[in-house]
Design a protein around this ligand. Structure first.
Ligand SMILES: [Zn+2]
Length: 1020
């Protein structure tokens, strides 16, 4: 899930390929071990880069965990065909432990992928080629299962490890094939030694070391044996992206692995997820997603664990382990922590041979890389996404497993300039590092873990009866069962037709308008148009344009479509845009594109190419093959709106199961008010988000502050591309300062940057707020897409001094316009009319205050922080809310030094845990709760609510500041009052939201591991 590369590298890449440069480092001996003779020679089917057998010891600074004979040491990536041959050979060698599945043969209709033209077949989208009937050369999809076939599945745990879903990130597949060989070999050697299996006469177990072999080779004492692991689990490896793999194979003429599938789609954005969904990703549109997803669900509905193995350029740690984002109960949180912490410790030992890896305890200034850091996706790689496979594995909608993503450095497009560059030492690190992850997950999942949520005393929580629900829209089924879909259309886009092709979508012709019987004509449930430009082995500059699908909406009196020469994708009155190729980045020089429509209305449609004629010709080589096909089924599985019924209160229903029986009790606010709920019997009372259920504050009224427009923005500097972030050199940034004035009703602050739309013109935008006490600037929101158009939206920004910071990332033409705009339009959740009086509110505040003064511990989270005002402790105006990219708290009081030693922060800064800038730890996930992270154009969006109290006031009344979110906004702290305490956590357990697109439904809660730890600390 690595963030797409910026286009700065695109021009260089395209020109490099135009010169026909092959990837350096290619052309090694390939895999030799997939025959009896080769296996005898190599000792392994897939010998490692650092293979050193039969020497008894490895050389210094090389991996002592490498397998295979030195004569066969790998010098190039495993090709797709070699993987297939190798897996088939392993299956023949170890039939008791290896099952290699071809999806179309074993789970599909059995038709041949090389001739298939149907997306319903379990095949890849196919590499783009001009002149072949389907314009795509499809590949078979494969998965492999490792388990002891002699033991029934009944009590086995099921694990899935997708490999290299981003084709350029080879680390996953390079390790995966060797994981398969390790497990099968070790289980076989154990079985032969214990005489439960006869020797095959080919496998040399002596070279493998200890038999039975520990799964964790670095710490045998903590490890199950490999044989035991396969008796107790079923381990599935998924070869996730054949098209992206094969574009880099030696037989592809020009080797350049591809992030996407052959349709130019990032299939790690194509998985459905509960919560906010970025609609342009059209989940389930791709054959790989549908194929692997449905087969995995068919194998088993609920899995136990999985890691999606990715690559990245390079970062402070060699490997980032990313915790999946979903509604995770406490037991799941604890299980995953046990796995990632075990993997973190294992990797330190396993990677210690490398000169580029430093020990986990080494100084941050040591230039070497840490082996592993782990954390939420945002805390590790500074963005998150929707539609990722790792989240689907983690989600109850998908496999319901303990889901993790992993990013491994030096496994990306720029290893050494191109994607087929094989660096032996790094590839050995990839193999060792991913084995560490896979084996740790299996090993630690097979060990018991402590999942009890242990806190002292009885805990009450105030029950809020609000439930968000939707009964859903019914799923439409194919209609007109007697009719066939329309015949496919083959066409070309060329300068002669201005890269526009009009066609007629047919429909049913019926005698009666009511009945669907006795009709003639066609019925189309879905439409797909695939485009293939002139390309060299699947590589082209096509991706600097986008394919657009439009429907003509003119009536008879208006011009016919052929006469209407409106530009493509301009959204004029005659043509409606239905779908556009989502162009994530042009960096990967993808040649294929596809657009889809469901239930296309009969009439004139067209497919056209965006960009001016000169751009179109340059991008396509002057000719684009177009294939338009129609299906009875939908072209992508638009779910409509699925039903849901959610409330953040379900968090407590779940947490109670991990506490002592009867320890957690619900408090009815009416009973608290009436004095019937005995608060004094409780040690702690938790109020989450709704401060006083049934009571609502009125909406603020009044005008928004006037804005400012800079056209063009002419502040000095930002003249030099910095290719960096907001901390880039002074020459690469330009600042525009402004105030947010408390006298206005500012519900929204929207800052927009417009730049000329060129293939390479990347500018970024930061909105920062200055600390009134220290003068330091903190980023409140940012938008850093790979283009020059950026927009940052912040809801209810706290008053203060701000700046819009323009950052020149790789600018080629200066910005045209910067606008700072305020709006008084309320954009928060719907507000119910209040059914409680001011007197009720006063009584509520007094009850809470009495509880604390008598020695109670009151925990206020999210919107419930407002109770500080209702209890008469601070002015209501000094308790505010604002929005951020995700729920987070910075563990700092002054913006610089950390507060990790404070009791309220204990165990947050765990060994190996990543933190974001400013000691940031994410406390809740935005996507499952429905909080948008992107706007319609794909820019970052800040919708996640944070509640805070003004730091000066908080400390004046005696509060201790442990965490802040932005300058001077306290989001974690403690206030002593009488004999008791009040603890606040300003971002933890907000009510989910229905305000953004959430077709699959919503989660109830989405605490991160930090969120759980903070609640536990607050209840200590
Ligand atoms: Zn990736």
């Amino acid at each position: 899930m690595l963030k797409v590369l910026r286009p700065a590298a695109v021009a260089a890449l395209i020109s490099a390929f135009a010169l026909g440069m092959p990837g350096p480092g290619s052309g090694g001996p390939g895999i030799q071990g997939a025959t009896d003779a080769g296996y005898a020679l190599c000792g392994r089917v897939f010998a490692d880069p650092h293979a050193y057998w039969p020497s008894p010891a490895q050389a210094p600074a090389r991996s002592p965990y490498a397998k295979g004979n030195a004569v066969c040491a790998a010098a190039d990536f495993v090709s797709y065909d070699e993987m297939v041959k190798g897996m088939e050979y392993l299956q023949g060698l170890f039939p008791q432990f290896v099952q290699f599945y071809k999806l179309q043969r074993d789970f599909g209709s059995g038709s041949d992928c090389t001739s298939s033209t149907s997306n319903a077949d379990l095949c890849s989208a196919g590499l783009p080629r001009q002149g072949v009937p389907s314009q795509r050369v499809k590949s078979d999809l494969y998965i492999v299962r490792l388990t002891d076939e002699r033991v029934a599945d009944t009590s086995k745990k099921f694990f899935v490890f997708p490999l290299s879903i981003h084709g350029i990130e080879r680390a996953g597949a390079e390790a995966g094939v060797r994981v398969a060989e390790d497990l099968a070999t070790w289980a076989y050697c154990e079985a032969v030694t214990t005489a439960t299996l006869l020797p095959n006469g080919k496998t040399g177990c002596a070279a493998e070391g200890a038999v039975p072999h520990p799964l964790l080779e670095t710490t045998p004492g903590q490890s199950v044996t490999a044989g035991d692991a396969l008796r107790r689990s079923s381990i599935w490896l998924v070869f996730a992206n054949p098209d992206g793999w094969r574009r880099g194979d030696p037989d592809n003429l020009v080797r350049f692995y591809q992030r996407y599938n052959g349709n130019g789609v990032d299939i790690n954005r194509d998985w459905p997820s509960i919560g906010y969904t970025f609609r342009p990703y059209t989940p389930w549109s791709e054959p790989e997603t549908k194929g692997f997803g449905h087969v995995l669900k068919q194998i088993r509905n609920r899995w136990d664990g999985g890691i999606d193995l990715h690559g990245q350029l390079i970062d402070s740690a060699f490997s980032f382990t990313l915790l999946g984002a979903s509604e995770r109960d406490y037991a799941k949180d604890q299980r995953i922590l046990q796995t990632v912490k075990g993997a973190w410790a294992d990797a330190e030992r396993r990677l210690a041979w490398s000169l580029v890896i430093k020990p986990n305890g080494a100084d941050p200034d040591d230039p070497r890389l840490y082996g592993v850091q782990w954390g939420t996706v945002w805390d590790t790689i500074d963005y998150t996404t929707t539609g990722a496979l790792g989240d689907w594995i983690d989600s109850p909608l998908g496999l319901g497993a303990d889901g993790i993503d992993n990013e491994m450095s030096m496994s990306h497009i720029s290893n050494c300039g191109v994607g087929s560059c094989y660096l032996t030492d790094f590839e050995q690190l990839h193999v060792d590092g991913n084995k560490s992850l896979v084996y740790s997950m299996v090993n630690f999942s097979l060990l018991p873990e402590d999942t009890s949520f242990t806190v002292p005393g009885k805990v009450g929580y105030v029950r809020d009866d609000t439930v968000l629900s939707n009964s859903g829209t019914p799923v439409s089924r194919p209609a007109y069962l007697d009719l066939q879909p329309q015949q496919p259309i083959e066409a070309t886009l060329t300068p002669d037709n201005s890269f526009r092709y009009e066609f007629l979508v047919e429909g049913p012709v019926c005698k009666s308008t009511k009945a669907q019987k006795g009709c003639t004509g066609s019925y189309n449930g879905g439409l797909e148009a695939k485009a293939t430009p002139v390309n060299l082995a699947g590589i082209s500059g096509f991706s600097t344009t986008s394919l657009v699908l439009e429907r003509y909406r003119g009536v008879n009196a208006e011009p016919t479509p052929q006469e209407d020469q409106a530009a493509c994708g301009s959204g004029d009155e005659a043509w409606t845009e239905v779908n556009r190729y989502f162009n994530q980045a042009s960096t990967y020089v993808q040649a294929g594109q596809a657009v889809h429509a469901n239930g296309p209305m009969p009439g004139w449609w067209r497919v056209c190419l965006s960009g001016g004629l000169a751009t179109q010709i340059a991008a396509t080589g002057g000719r684009v093959d177009l294939g338009i096909s129609f299906t009875r089924e939908k072209a992508w599985e638009d779910p409509g709106q699925l039903a849901y019924s959610v409330s953040n209160m379900k968090f407590f229903d779940s947490l109670g199961k991990n506490m002592q029986s009867g320890q957690l009790v619900a408090l009815d606010p009416d009973k608290v008010l009436g004095g019937k709920a005995k608060l004094d019997a409780l040690r702690s009372v938790v109020i989450s988000d709704d401060p006083f259920p049934g009571f609502s504050e009125p909406l603020p009224t009044g005008e928004a502050q006037p804005g400012q427009v800079y056209e063009p923005p002419t502040a000095a500097a930002a003249t030099v591309p910095g290719a960096g972030d907001d901390t880039g050199p002074p020459t690469s940034v330009a600042d525009y300062e402004f105030d947010v004035d408390a006298a206005y009703n500012n519900q929204q602050l929207i800052v927009t940057l417009d730049c000329p739309d060129l293939a390479v013109n990347d500018w970024d935008l930061y909105v920062q707020r200055q600390s009134p006490s220290t003068g330091d600037w903190a980023t409140a929101g940012k938008s850093t897409t790979a283009t020059g158009d950026e927009r940052v939206t912040l809801l209810t920004p706290p008053p203060g001094h701000y700046r819009a910071r323009i950052v020149n990332y790789s600018g080629t033409a200066p910005p045209e316009r910067l606008e700072i705009e305020f709006s008084n339009e309320y954009a928060g959740p719907p507000i119910e009319p209040s059914r409680r009086s001011a007197a009720d509110l006063a009584k509520w505040g007094a009850e809470l205050r009495r509880f604390v003064e008598n020695g109670g511990n009151l925990v206020l989270s999210d919107g419930a922080v407002k109770n500080l005002a209702y209890m008469g402790l601070v002015d209501r105006k000094l308790v505010g809310s604002f929005t951020a990219y995700a729920g987070w708290i910075g563990f700092t009081r002054d913006g610089t030094s950390d507060t990790y030693s404070d009791p309220l922060a204990q165990n947050v800064n765990q060994p190996g845990a990543a933190e974001g800038p400013g000691h940031r730890h994410q406390t809740y996930e935005p996507v499952p709760l429905g909080f948008a992270i992107q706007d319609e154009g794909g820019g970052d969006f800040n919708a996640s609510p944070i509640w805070a109290v003004d730091q000066t006031e908080w400390e004046r009344i005696g509060g201790r500041t442990v965490g802040t979110t932005g300058s001077d906004q306290v989001t974690l702290g403690e206030l002593k009052l009488g004999r008791g305490t009040i603890r606040i956590v300003g971002a933890l357990l907000p009510m989910p939201t229905e305000q953004y697109y959430h077709p699959i439904g919503l989660a109830n809660y989405a605490l991160t591991y930090t969120g759980y730890q903070l609640l536990k600390n607050a209840l200590e």
